[in-house]
Design a protein around this ligand. Structure first.
Ligand code: 3H9
Length: 719
């Protein structure tokens, strides 16, 4: 709702009240319409201030109301009524003004923001455009290039930037409501026509067509198939080329198309998925999100290889004191230099001082005696990690959390090396650790909820989407990746090329296909793991055993490339060729195509035509099937966790909501049917065999993704 109070009799103060972010629900919109009307008709009121309760102006339209029947007054006429008032209206912006919230402020005649406020039109991230006049008023106020930049990216700006751009008229360090009330009193009775943004002409740069063409090209390139950024450009173009009323019509049309699109549903699902992923219940019934994280003031990183360096930077940037330990002198010196460089570059980008003095370096593990938590990031080797954990248990003060950075190793085994396994959790960072947004927090059966809570909170402080996952081989992300990569390799054996597979995946929306990704991350990494698992046989063996391991189909293609020294981008050749080792531009490699032909001939395989549909179905549905197994095993708490992991860690296109949401969009019955079909064709590939949970969901009528947790709970209670 919205409340009208009177300040000094002459100023009507309208306060939006809808915690936690004063979203514009039907009740709030009704409240605004009513209070504006009362303020207008009350002769005592000479001017009006609009603000939000609890230090937040407004987080925009109420997203929970989308996809429901619309009730209450619509936003557009409500904002017009504010703008049309013949008494000055001032927006007092504290906290945030996002989406519809900023559009309300743009309908006001003046805007005053607190210096800590943030403003933006993030609708594009929800698959929409600013559909309450934002695409028409913002370009009129700040010009087309700046408006395009904000609207097509959804970027938030600080109050200072908003002032520079001309979005707000004043920034204050004092209470913005008090400042706005004083200002409102001072301008009572002044003319308002020149303050109504809808009356402004839209500034038209001389090179308008070129500007929009250029922008459209950029947007299409970075959108990877998302339609909202394109519609945003079209709507702003309408502001530049049409009178205001017609521009509003165009905005409405474009919004209607987006509103009913699957992409908007996916992106809005993902907004809530990110928040749901934070609410985790461990199988013991303990909830980390109700368990209080322990405060951490000083942390240590052990091992300053690539991962350790990135983690040190990420920790220092949160403001923590960090002890960075590396026993080898040469590595330590190199790490010092690299970490300082990364911190300096990061600080320059963010316009702050580099956190160099927060880090102390040591060659001696004794230096960690007084830290609150340790992140061990030594080489991925169980024996070495066990040794380090034994040393840490002897050196650290009682109660120190011992976290291990690992992508493959058994966290329980490591925990059993310490007298306090409840203090141990895994932290699966993604390289480069100070940049990548995802963190899998791996808990074992003995990890305490407080240890998990502390790890999650630390991850959040580092700006990461932090998801708690159970302990199993590959955790969530890499476990699902394995069947996807396997399918991609099998498709090559059957007649596809890396180019065909990657094209299908990129057209689906991935930032890169399976083979480009493999080249980028290095084929040797997975090869080393396969060797440790005893999967690799040397040489181009041709008997039936060459393509079978433990009774299942196996593709040795990656092993064979590694034997030739083709490790991907780093060696200049992998699934593609590069102009030099470390080169970035992948080109088709005729050698690779000949090699595939020779391989097929040696194994008696006849190449067949494979279309993009088969590539997508086999790669994506086998990955999704593993996702269902992960849910069945209780390794991830819900589909939202998996989707957050895939969007932030594996380049899954956000506008498709994540793999589990996508499965629901395709139709669970269809996914099941296709998996059955492919499993029949490839009975020696167990990952194509549909998982029990998928069958159960289909049998219970394919409920929407937000109802899966109930089915899973029931399944677990019956086990
Ligand atoms: C729009 O405005 C369309 C218009 O142009 C045109 C229409 C015609 N609605 O993020 P938090 C919930 S589209 C409903 O954890 P923070 C959120 O789910 C909208 N609920 O807090 C969470 O619930 P729970 C454009 C919302 O302090 C709780 O509030 N606006 C909304 O870290 C706390 O949220 C946006 O895209 C909402 N609009 O961050 C802004 N917003 O506690 C979306 C939040 O049950 N919001 N909730 O998990 C945000 O970006 C952040 O929430 C914000 C606060 C930065 C505001």
């Amino acid at each position: 709702m919205a409340q009208l109070t009177y300040v000094s009799r002459s100023v009507g103060l309208i306060t939006l009240q809808n915690p936690p972010v004063n979203a514009l629900s039907a009740a709030v919109r009704q409240g605004i319409v009513d209070t504006v009307e009362r303020a207008l008709n009350d002769p005592k009121v000479k001017s009006v201030v609009i603000c939000g309760q609890n230090g937040i102006f407004c987080g925009g339209a109420d997203i929970t109301e989308f996809n429901k029947n619309m009730t209450g007054p619509p936003l557009v006429p409500m904002i017009h009524a504010i703008e049309a008032m013949n008494k000055p209206v001032v927006a007092a912006i504290e906290g945030s003004a996002f989406g519809g919230g900023l559009e309300v402020a743009l309908g006001c005649h003046y805007r005053i923001a607190h210096s800590k406020a943030r403003l933006g039109l993030p609708e594009v991230t929800l698959g929409l455009l600013p559909g309450a006049g934002g695409t028409q008023r913002l370009p009129r106020l700040i010009g087309i290039p700046a408006a395009l930049s904000l609207i097509t990216t959804g970027r938030h700006v600080t109050a200072t930037e908003a002032l520079q751009l001309g979005i707000v008229d004043q920034v204050t360090d004092h209470n913005a409501v008090d400042v706005a009330v004083k200002f409102a009193q001072s301008i009572a009775g002044q003319p308002l026509d020149y303050r109504r943004i809808s009356n402004y002409p839209c500034p038209r740069p001389s090179d308008l067509d070129a500007l929009f063409e250029d922008m459209m090209q950029k947007v299409r390139q970075s959108a990877r198939g998302a339609i909202a950024p394109v519609a945003c450009v079209q709507a702003v173009r309408a502001a530049a080329t049409l009178p205001y009323a017609q521009g509003m019509e165009r905005e409405k049309e474009l919004m209607a198309t987006l509103f009913t699109s699957g992409q908007a549903r996916a992106l809005q699902y993902f907004f809530f998925a990110q928040r749901a992923a934070g609410k985790w219940m461990m199988p013991s019934g303990a909830r980390w999100d109700t368990s209080k994280p322990r405060p951490v003031h000083k942390a240590a990183v052990i091992g300053l290889g690539t991962m350790g360096r990135g983690i040190t930077v990420a920790l220092a940037q949160t403001g923590l004191s960090v002890v960075a330990v590396e026993t080898q002198e040469k590595q330590l010196m190199e790490a010092k230099q690299e970490v300082s460089g990364m911190l300096q570059r990061g600080a320059k980008r963010r316009g702050v001082a580099p956190a160099l003095d927060r880090i102390s370096y040591s060659q001696n593990i004794q230096a960690v005696a007084d830290v609150d938590l340790v992140i061990e990031a030594v080489f991925e080797n169980m024996a070495l990690k066990k040794k380090v954990f034994q040393q840490l248990s002897a050196v650290c003060k009682p109660g120190t959390f011992l976290f291990t950075n690992t992508s493959t190793l058994d966290v329980d085994q490591l925990a059993s090396e310490t007298p306090n396994p409840e203090l141990v959790v895994g932290m699966h960072f993604f390289a480069p650790a100070h940049v990548m947004k995802l963190l899998e927090v791996v808990y074992g059966p003995r990890s305490s909820p407080q240890a998990v809570a502390t790890a999650i909170q630390l991850g959040k402080k580092m700006g990461k989407a932090s998801v708690a996952v159970g302990n199993c081989h590959g955790f969530v992300g890499n476990r699902m990746l394995k069947p996807y990569i396997n399918q991609a390799s099998f498709l090559l054996e059957e007649g596809a090329t890396p180019e065909l597979v990657d094209r299908a995946l990129v057209e689906f929306g991935f930032s890169m296909g399976a083979f480009r990704m493999s080249d980028l991350s290095g084929l040797d990494i997975a090869w080393k793991i396969r060797k440790e698992e005893g999967m690799v046989q040397l040489g181009m063996a041709s008997g039936p055993s060459a393509r079978i391991r433990h009774g299942c189909r196996y593709s040795p293609l990656g092993d064979l490339l590694c034997e030739q020294g083709r490790f991907g981008q780093k060696s200049g050749q992998g699934w593609y060729q590069y102009d030099k080792p470390g080169g970035r531009i992948a080109r088709s490699d005729p050698w690779l195509h000949r090699f595939l032909e020779e391989y097929r001939a040696r194994h008696g395989l006849v190449a067949r035509n494979i279309d993009q549909q088969e590539v997508l179905e086999r790669c994506l549905y086998s990955l999704i099937n593993e996702g269902f197994r992960i849910l069945e095993d209780g390794i991830a708490a819900g589909p939202e966790d998996i989707d957050v992991i895939y969007v932030f860690g594996y380049g899954w296109p956000r506008h498709r909501g994540g793999p589990m949401f996508y499965a629901g969009m395709v139709g669970l019955a269809k996914v099941l049917e296709r998996l059955e079909h492919y499993h029949q064709a490839h009975p020696d590939v167990p990952s194509l065999q549909p998982c029990g949970l998928l069958r159960r969901l289909v049998a219970s009528g394919s409920p929407p993704v937000n109802k899966w947790r109930e089915v899973i709970k029931k399944l677990h209670s019956q086990l």
